[in-house]
Design a protein around this ligand. Structure first.
Ligand code: HEC
Ligand code: HEC
Length: 351
């Protein structure tokens, strides 16, 4: 009885802590997924939840270079945001999961993260009268791995952000929403700096995996996509990082190499200065960009204008709904290139 009471209290605390993200028309699966995302029942020693690494106040990412899992263990990659997943077509930095459902079960079983075999997690949920009842209510059956994955994925799909100053400027023609510097930065992003050659679409990422030069086979040893496909042409390729709320999610890149947006921009401006012996770097990044200091500041202002209002002090967003088409229009104001699905076979590897 005491345990049930504690669970109820913890569940209530979780719901209170996360009401800012309530879906406008929450389905039962979203609410259940939210509870599972925040509550540590899914980790071996009941100390770690998804939200331990995907922190709500940090756009569901983490500011640690490597987040700590069960017993302080660390993986080898930086925690990406779990927001704006709806239009993404592959998950993890190397794109090895094809669906959010497939992704969701991986960290639970990963010994470096939550360290609980999925079958054991499902058994735990079945032992809990509250979770049994919740799954029954939402899915019409007792907890299963498939339903667990579905609830977590539905919650993540509800975490869309589309109310940044940038959207206000582009969609509502509110010229005062962003600074002149951010407007110049957007022009640079699409023009001289060439960022939009890779970062385009609603969330400024597109579906491709590319190599920006952070693999050199000496100091930087994560070969990215190639570890999955065993193709030399995939060496150093990673998912193109989505840029919404990017100001909140340092450090940057799969390995958390850059602490600030300025360091990211300095890198792109002249990659050889930072990683002189990169292997297989993308031809788009063959030449230095020649950005002036003011242009770098402008690009950074633009990136900062992508922070959703709910994360800005004193400016809670009115709604969490989003219209993907209008997000896309805001993003580029130019034709969308067709997205390419990641077609290679995706083994169920660990994080
Ligand atoms: C110990 C920290 C940690 C925990 C706990 C954790 N994650 Fe993650 N998550 C990561 C890291 C690190 C990555 C990137 C791993 C990689 O790409 O190899 C990641 C990747 C993801 C992605 C892919 C995002 C993208 O852009 O492709 C999603 C979605 C996600 N996690 C959701 C979850 C869910 C759901 C849970 C709970 C069931 C969870 N995570 C638990 C650290 C964590
Ligand atoms: C050749 C394609 C390409 C170009 C051009 C490009 N990027 Fe990227 N971007 C990527 C890829 C791929 C990643 C992830 C790389 C990694 O982790 O190794 C990334 C990651 C990022 C990240 C970090 C995302 C995160 O969550 O950590 C930021 C910020 C960023 N890019 C901004 C820019 C800016 C600004 C420009 C223009 C100056 C630019 N990018 C040009 C492909 C590109």
């Amino acid at each position: 009885m005491r345990r049930r009471y504690a669970l109820l209290l913890a569940g209530a605390a979780v719901l209170l802590a996360s009401t800012a993200y309530t879906d406008p028309a929450p389905t039962g699966a979203v609410a259940l997924g939210r509870q599972l995302f925040f509550y540590p029942i899914l980790s071996g020693d009941r100390t770690i939840s998804c939200a331990s690494c995907h922190k709500e106040s940090l756009a569901f990412a983490d500011t640690a270079v490597l987040s700590a899992g069960v017993a302080g263990r660390h993986g080898r990659r930086n925690t990406p945001s779990a927001m704006n997943m709806r239009s993404q077509v592959a998950f993890f930095w190397d794109g090895r999961a094809a669906t959010l459902e497939e992704q969701a079960l991986v960290p639970i079983a990963n010994p470096l993260e939550m360290d609980l075999p999925v079958a054991a997690a499902v058994a735990r949920l079945n032992q809990s009268p509250l979770y049994r009842a919740a799954f029954q209510r939402v899915f019409g059956e007792a907890p299963t791995g498939r339903m667990l994955a579905n609830a977590l994925a539905e919650f993540e799909r509800s975490l869309q952000t589309s109310e940044s100053p940038f959207d206000d400027w582009r969609l509502n023609d509110n010229e005062a929403a962003v600074s002149a510097s951010a407007k110049r930065g957007f022009a640079l992003f699409n023009g001289k700096a060439g960022c939009a050659r890779c970062h385009f679409g609603a969330d400024f990422n597109n579906a491709e995996l590319r190599n920006i030069g952070l693999y050199d086979g000496q100091m930087l040893l994560d070969s990215g996509r190639a570890a999955i496909t065993h193709q030399a042409s995939d060496l150093g390729k990673f998912k193109i990082g989505a840029l919404r709320n990017i100001a909140l999610t340092p450090p940057y890149m799969h390995n958390g190499l850059f602490q600030t947006l300025r360091q990211v921009i300095d890198y792109y401006n002249d990659p050889d200065q930072v990683v002189p012996h990169a292997r297989n770097r993308d031809p788009f990044l063959a030449q230095p960009l020649g950005l002036t200091e003011r242009e770098k500041t402008d690009l950074e202002s633009f990136l900062r204008a992508l922070t959703d209002k709910r994360f800005l002090p004193g400016k809670p967003a009115t709604s969490t709904s989003s219209n993907t088409r209008s997000r896309r229009q805001a993003a580029n104001g130019m034709p969308l290139r067709p997205s390419h699905r990641v077609t290679a076979r995706l083994p169920r590897a660990h994080c």
